[in-house]
Design a protein around this ligand. Structure first.
Ligand code: ATP
Ligand code: MG
Length: 659
């Protein structure tokens, strides 16, 4: 192992297991490899062709205007409407009776909406929003649970050219208020309440709180009735959706907007700090959303049933629940509840019920399922699944193998997709049927995308070396800025390597040129001059049969600069073995040694703490910065986007008891 810090992050040889695509995909793929060649030949021509996946009201003549970087314009003189592309055109082409949404509610009830139904609903809602004063360009906040109305609300806004700002329904009144204020939204769409783990929880009261404390730009509140619970009502301001809907016309002419018209603002997850209001526009975003969804998931609109488990509050819910799948006329499941309500097999029950064929989820969900045990998914028929996807964090090779074997029945290829709120759509991923997959690697930039790994000094690194992941060419779905803060936009993404977008993530290139994500560069540890990746040590821990999940941080250390501190959650069902091994302290020691053997003595954690939960964002990502605060005995930082604040108390307690 080299300790030459200039080459970036020290990396260890990854067990290189590759899987060839099943024959079915190879047959489907005959036409695919040409995508790489096509993009290689002429990148802009490639994107021009992809833009033809959309219906344009006025065709564009210029593909890319990059004369004022980092402010890109794609397809700028074309006009279109995103909702028309996602809904109306399918109805017009004779597919109105195809199911668009299979909505599963937490209590086991369901509802089905065809594309024709969705067209009526979003047209009605667009008419109601117009009556409430919403005009093209006005911002609308959406604060809803994962129910069909959330999808309708987004598309109704898109119909009007009114950028939406979706705020996750689990966020607090304060988080909602600060996002409304930042975007100066005029209307907020919410629900009386939402079902979570079998309980009806209020939601509108958070809107009332937010409006009592500020959010002065809001004029009207449109309220969906979901739980039927009591709500406070402000006459003249609050409007029931089900009442307004009664008299609203189902006819509505979409507003044709320029390609660069903003489609939405979305705040990042806040894993590394204060959330940023990321701005996406219409033509480029929708082009890449549609193309990537079609090709990465190998979508067959007539036969596939697709399910992406993300909430619409995250970018994955925007691009791979609403815009990509619907522009491609997918039939998809959306699910209101949590994976463990009313039982830990709920997701797999839904896969069986709707014969889901394409399934897109996150490493955190897969690790939770691993923790609960494979006998749970084994109770359900998962043979309909033909492709699995992963997004949100790097997937540990062990979790990848479990996903492949237990959920995918060793048949379904896995696409590990790397992208960000900022990139708008998938950037790095295998293509099913083309790429032989490697557990734990997102592998290759998609055709049309240019990604590289740079050294500290901004030179591309060689095979086997680590560094900083950059995107060195503009792409259609790229963010157009941070809402109201062009300076932060330039500083955050474009100042580290002038001319290139720096994603904030560390990565390495292997001998084949495949890309492995190594975690946030802010999380890279420096132990006695060696730069270690959190991801690799975590994967080593998870490779132990007792460990379900782990998080690793570097804590200041007098002798080594930084010391590795690891937190690990054990899988359920091994209690007897853990006891026999001498209890948790003995297991912690055993895991330290395990990392030493898997990676090398330098990576051996100074401490391993066995915990029952890890601090995560609401989108399920581990917030290592909070663990670093604990490990260094500091005041805990910003926890606004933390899913469960009590987790930090538990961990702090555990830390001090074991000091
Ligand atoms: P913030 O920017 O506010 O700290 P965030 O980065 O978590 O929050 P997102 O845009 O939701 O917000 O997440 C993007 C990040 O998620 C990427 O930069 C990367 O660190 C991680 N990520 C997503 N998919 C993958 C993947 N397949 N492999 C590795 N990392 C991934
Ligand atoms: Mg980020």
């Amino acid at each position: 192992m080299s300790d030459d810090a200039v080459t970036g992050i020290d990396t260890f040889s990854q067990e290189s297991r590759t899987f060839s695509p099943p024959s079915e995909f190879v047959q489907n793929a005959v036409a695919r490899p040409h995508l790489y060649a096509e993009a290689e030949r002429d990148r802009l021509a490639f994107w021009r062709t992809r833009a033809q996946l959309l219906s344009w009201k006025t065709p564009f003549t210029e593909t890319l205007d990059w004369s004022n970087p980092p402010f890109a314009k794609w397809f700028a003189d074309g006009t279109l409407n995103a909702a028309y592309n996602c809904v109306d055109r399918h109805v017009e082409s004779g597919h109105g009776s195809q199911v668009a949404l299979l909505a599963e509610y937490e209590d086991g009830s369901d509802a089905t909406y065809t594309y024709a139904d969705v067209k009526d609903e979003i047209s009605r809602m667009a008419n109601v929003l117009t009556d409430l004063g919403v005009r093209t360009g006005d911002r609308v906040a959406i604060y809803l649970p994962m129910i069909p109305e959330a999808v309708f609300a987004m598309l109704a806004c898109a119909r009007l050219g009114a950028p939406h700002s979706v705020v996750f329904g689990g966020f607090s009144a304060d988080a909602l208020r600060s996002r409304i204020e930042d975007a100066e939204a005029r209307v907020v769409i919410t629900a009386d309440g939402q079902f979570r783990r079998g309980k009806a929880l209020p939601l509108k009261n958070a809107v009332d709180d937010a409006l009592a404390k500020g959010a002065e730009s809001i004029e009207k509140v449109l309220v969906v009735r979901r739980t039927g619970g009591d709500v406070q009502w402000t006459e003249g301001r609050d409007v029931w959706w089900h009442e307004a809907r009664e008299t609203a016309s189902a006819e509505h002419e979409p507003v044709w907007v320029e390609a660069e018209h903003p489609l939405f603002i979305l705040y990042t997850s806040g894993t590394t700090g204060k959330p940023k209001g990321i701005v996406h526009t219409t033509g480029g975003y929708l082009t890449q959303a549609t193309y990537t969804h079609r090709n990465v998931f190998d979508l067959k609109p007539k036969t596939d049933v697709y399910w992406c488990t993300a909430d619409v509050g995250w970018v994955t819910g925007h691009t791979y629940v609403v815009y990509g799948p619907m522009a491609n006329r997918a039939t998809q499941v959306i699910y209101e509840g949590t994976p463990d309500t009313p039982h830990q097999g709920r997701w797999w029950e839904i896969v069986e019920k709707h014969k889901v064929s394409l399934f897109y989820s996150s490493p955190t969900a897969i690790r939770a399922a691993m923790k609960w045990g494979e006998e749970i998914p084994a109770k359900f028929d998962l043979t309909s699944l033909r492709l699995l996807g992963s997004v949100g964090e790097a997937i540990n090779p062990e979790a990848w193998m479990w996903y492949h074997r237990v959920i995918g029945g060793e048949r379904a290829p896995i696409v590990d997709t790397w992208w960000q709120t900022e990139t708008g759509a998938i950037m790095i991923s295998p293509l099913p049927g083309v790429t032989s997959t490697k557990p734990g690697s997102a592998q290759l930039a998609l055709p049309g995308i240019s990604a590289d790994v740079y050294s500290e000094s901004g030179e591309p690194v060689g095979p086997g070396e680590g560094g900083y992941l950059v995107l060195d060419e503009p792409w259609p779905a790229m963010l157009r800025g941070i809402w109201g803060d062009p300076e932060r936009f330039q500083d955050t993404y474009w100042s580290r390597f002038p001319g290139s977008y720096f994603a904030g993530d560390g990565a390495k290139k292997d001998e084949d040129g495949d890309i492995w994500l190594l975690g946030r560069v802010d999380d890279v540890m420096n132990v006695s001059g060696h730069r270690l990746s959190t991801m690799e040590i975590e994967s080593a821990l998870v490779s132990h049969e007792w460990v379900a999940e782990s998080a690793v941080v570097g804590a200041a250390d007098e002798t080594t600069g930084q010391a590795v501190v690891a937190f690990a959650i054990l899988r359920e069902g091994n209690e007897a073995e853990v006891e026999a091994a001498g209890g948790e302290d003995a297991v912690a020691e055993l895991l330290r040694q395990h990392v030493g053997t898997e990676i090398g003595p330098i990576a051996k954690p100074k401490r391993v703490l066995i915990v029952t939960e890890l601090p995560k964002t609401r989108s399920g990502k581990i917030m290592r910065r909070l663990l670093r605060d604990v490990a260094e005995n500091r005041q805990i930082g910003d926890t606004q986007t933390l899913a469960d604040a009590s987790v930090m108390d538990l961990i702090q307690q555990g830390m001090s008891e074991k000091k």
